[in-house]
Design a protein around this ligand. Structure first.
Ligand SMILES: NC(=O)c1ccc[n+]([C@@H]2O[C@H](COP(=O)([O-])OP(=O)(O)OC[C@H]3O[C@@H](n4cnc5c(N)ncnc54)[C@H](O)[C@@H]3O)[C@@H](O)[C@H]2O)c1
Length: 279
């Protein structure tokens, strides 16, 4: 969508989690730029080597602040710098996630607990930490908006999603619990529960292709891509949604309301028939 509605004119913020062109946060930053926002891009120091964030910073006229979302000093320093650059900011996007056991192919039945703690720290507790330091440094203005990215594996079991289901359940709970405390200042916080999307974090899940194909066939609108996720995020950062808070909002082409579709019945029948042929 090349057209700008100016939905974020005059707004400033911080966008966490753009690693490369396929990142959800990359698309969100491009859409925020298109809608008139100015922002800081942040990622873990290790992403300096792994990703291409400099290109996005150039395209959007943004500064980069390298900060580990599990490190209090880094996050506090980031918000101090954000205040120096912009005064108070209006929005925060949390698009950070990493399943350490998932990456290392450790099954749920046999988790390495140090890795599990790391997964929860990076993928969920980091949201608490980010909001805490934003409030403590008084960096976020009244009426601000915070968005975090989630997945339906927080609510229902998707076998291979494993520990990340626990991390997303915690993330969505943190959204509600912080939301109840931020509302008095008109600050909103919501989670967007996004379709499977081909990103570095997404494709790190074992069986991602099957998850993607299943979602695409079951959802009446098909899987939502990164660009449409970015557009939806913009609506939540804008004043148009000023009374929406503490929600998990499904951006999934209708997947979360489906049971079984005609298409998936046909797929199952085909699979059963070919099993019988082989038998
Ligand atoms: N891709 C999907 O299928 C999908 C679906 C639903 C939700 N999500 C969520 O969207 C968010 C963004 O992920 P993505 O799919 O764009 O993948 P991505 O790999 O592009 O983004 C994940 C980001 O987390 C960052 N990160 C990891 N550890 C960090 C740390 N310690 N400090 C700061 N940043 C750190 C990575 O550097 C990376 O930029 C994640 O929360 C993910 O769980 C993804």
């Amino acid at each position: 969508m090349a057209h700008s509605y100016g939905l974020l004119d005059g707004k400033t913020g911080v966008i966490f989690g753009a690693l490369n062109e396929s990142s959800l946060a990359w698309a969100i930053a491009q859409a925020a730029h298109r809608e008139g926002a100015r922002f800081i891009l942040s990622n873990a120091p290790i992403a300096r080597r792994l990703g291409t964030l400099g290109t996005l910073a150039e395209q959007t006229g943004s500064t980069i602040i390298w900060a580990d979302a599990t490190d209090d000093d880094d996050i506090r320093a980031l918000f101090e710098q954000a205040k120096e650059q912009f005064g108070q900011i209006h929005f925060i996007v949390h698009a950070i996630g990493m399943g350490v056991n998932v990456r290392k192919k450790k099954p749920y039945e046999d988790l390495n607990y140090d890795w599990y703690r790391k997964t929860l720290d990076i993928s969920a507790i980091s949201l608490h930490r980010i909001v805490h330091h934003a409030m403590d440094t008084d960096a976020l203005a009244d009426g601000g908006s915070i968005v975090a990215l989630s997945y339906i594996g927080a609510q229902r079991v998707f076998a291979k999603y494993s520990e990340m289901g626990d991390a997303k359940a915690l993330l969505e709970s943190i959204v509600r619990t912080w939301g109840s405390r931020l509302g008095r200042r008109g600050i909103r916080i919501n989670a967007i529960s996004q379709s499977p999307t081909r990103t570095t974090a997404g494709t790190g899940i074992v069986g991602f292709d099957a998850l993607f194909a299943y979602g695409d066939s079951l959802s009446p609108l098909g899987n939502a891509d990164a660009e449409s996720c970015a557009d939806y995020t913009i609506t939540l950062l804008s004043d148009l949604t000023r009374m929406v808070t503490m929600q998990t909002l499904y951006h999934d082409g209708g997947f979360s309301s489906m049971g079984i579709s005609e298409e998936s019945v046909q797929d199952l029948l085909k699979a059963l028939a070919s099993n019988q042929d082989e038998g």
